[in-house]
Ligand binder design. Structure first.
Ligand SMILES: *Cc1c(COP(=O)(O)O)cnc(C)c1O
Length: 355
C-alpha cells in the first residue's frame, strides 16, 4: 500500500473506493457509469449528496447546495458573474496562485477589482492581516487554504461585504460557519471525492441579482438551483463517490472529528519539521495549513538521498508544486496518522544518517 500525500486528485477512504468500485459493476442492475441521471435511483443519490453536505457543514436554511462541473477554475468566473452588482467592484485577497487566477478571471468578466491585501511580498508564505476594506464593494473574495504554498486562514475572515470563498482544499476538514458566506465553492477532488464535480453552497438571496450583461445559462447559479443540479448531465460518478465519502465522514464523527484528526496529523509533521535540523518550514507558524504542509531541505542536505528514502517507504506525491519546489505533504481527511508517522520516521532516519 502506498501512502498518498498527493495534492489532488486526492486519497479517499479505502471503504469508499470499494463501494464506488462495486457500483461501477452493479448499481441496481446497471453500472453507475451508464445509469441515467434522470433515473429515480440517481435522483435519490443527488438528493442525498445535497442533504449530506448540509448535514456535514450545518448549512442554514436559505442556502442551496449544487454539484456542477468546470472545477474551481470555472468557479472563479461563476463567482464573479453571480456576485456582480451595481458597482461592479470587488475586493480580492491575493494569497497565491489560486487567488491570482481568481483575480484574473474576475477582471476578465468586467469586475473593477481591488486587491485589498496580498502576501506576494514574502513569496505567499503568510496570510495578510489588519488591512482596510473599502465600503463600496459588491463582495470580497478569498482562498481559505492555499494548496500550493501551505498557508491557511485561521478562522473566518470578517467583513461587512458579502463574502465569497474558494474552499477547494480545506472544505470538510473542519467546521465552518456557512452563515457568514454568500457563496462557497470547491472542486471535489481535494477533500470530497473524485475529480469531476464542483461543489457550490450559495445563499438563495444571491440568486438572480447579477448585473452582468454576459451570463451564459451554465454560469448562472439561479438556473442550477431551480433544477437541483440537474440542468444538464451532472458528473454522475463523481457525485456518487462524493456522496459515499460524505456518508463515511458523518459516520466517523463529522467535520469536528476530522478536525481533531487533521490537527493531530499537522502537529506531528510540523513538530518534526521544527525539531529536525535538516528541514525547515517556510510558512509563518500562525498561518500554517493542516491540509498542505510545505517544507524544504537545508542548503547542502542531499535531496537525492531523501527522495530515494521516501520513495522506498512507499510514499508518493511529496514533491512541492512545480512553481515552488521543495516538498509538500498534502494530508486530506482520508490520509491516516500512520502514513504521517511513516514520513516522520523517514525524516528522522535521513537526519540520523546525513546530519
Ligand atoms: C486545486 C485548486 C483549484 C483549481 O481547481 P480545479 O478544480 O482544478 O479547477 C482552485 N483553488 C484551489 C484552492 C485549489 O486547491
Amino acid at each position: 500500500m502506498k501512502h498518498n500525500f498527493g495534492a489532488g486528485p486526492c486519497i479517499l477512504p479505502q471503504e469508499v473506493f470499494g463501494q464506488a468500485a462495486d457500483a461501477v459493476k452493479d448499481f441496481n442492475g446497471l453500472s453507475i457509469l451508464e445509469v441515467s441521471h434522470r433515473s429515480a435511483d440517481f435522483v435519490k443519490v443527488m438528493e442525498e449528496a445535497h442533504e449530506l453536505v448540509k448535514k456535514a457543514l450545518n448549512v442554514p436554511v436559505g442556502y442551496s447546495v449544487l454539484f456542477l462541473q468546470g472545477g474551481a477554475s470555472l468557479g472563479f468566473t461563476i463567482s464573479a458573474l453571480n456576485m456582480m452588482r451595481e458597482n461592479k467592484k470587488a475586493g480580492y485577497i491575493n494569497t497565491g496562485t489560486w487567488s491570482s487566477k481568481a483575480i484574473k478571471e474576475a477582471k476578465s468578466v468586467g469586475i473593477d477589482l481591488n486587491v485589498i491585501a496580498s502576501s506576494e511580498d514574502k513569496g505567499f508564505t503568510y496570510i495578510p492581516k489588519g488591512f482596510d476594506i473599502p465600503s463600496d464593494l459588491d463582495y470580497v473574495h478569498y482562498t481559505s487554504n492555499n494548496t500550493i504554498y501551505g498557508t491557511q486562514f485561521n478562522g473566518i475572515f470578517e467583513t461587512s461585504a458579502p463574502l465569497v470563498c474558494d474552499m477547494s482544499s480545506d472544505i470538510f476538514s473542519k467546521s465552518v460557519d456557512v452563515s457568514k458566506f454568500d457563496l462557497i465553492y470547491a472542486g471535489a477532488q481535494k477533500n470530497l471525492g473524485p475529480a469531476g464535480a464542483t461543489l457550490y453552497i450559495v445563499k438563495d438571496d444571491v440568486l438572480g441579482k447579477s448585473t452582468s450583461p454576459f451570463m451564459p445559462s451554465y454560469l448562472n447559479l439561479k438556473g442550477h438551483a431551480e433544477k437541483d443540479s440537474m440542468m444538464n448531465t451532472p458528473p454522475v460518478f463523481s457525485v456518487y463517490a462524493s456522496m459515499l465519502n460524505l456518508r463515511h465522514l458523518i459516520a466517523n464523527g463529522g467535520v469536528e472529528a476530522a478536525d481533531i484528526r487533521n490537527t493531530a496529523k499537522g502537529d506531528l509533521l510540523y513538530s518534526e519539521i521544527d525539531n529536525n535540523p535538516l528541514f525547515f518550514g517556510p510558512v509563518a507558524k500562525e498561518d500554517r495549513s493542516n491540509m498542505n504542509v510545505t517544507f524544504l531541505l537545508n542548503d547542502g542536505a542531499p535531496s537525492q538521498i531523501f527522495d530515494k528514502m521516501w520513495n522506498e517507504a512507499n510514499i508518493v506525491g511529496l514533491k512541492g508544486h512545480r512553481s515552488v519546489g521543495g516538498y509538500r505533504a498534502s494530508m486530506y481527511n482520508a490520509l491516516t496518522i500512520d502514513s504521517v508517522q511513516v514520513l516522520v520516521d523517514v525524516m528522522k532516519e535521513f537526519t540520523r544518517k546525513n546530519g
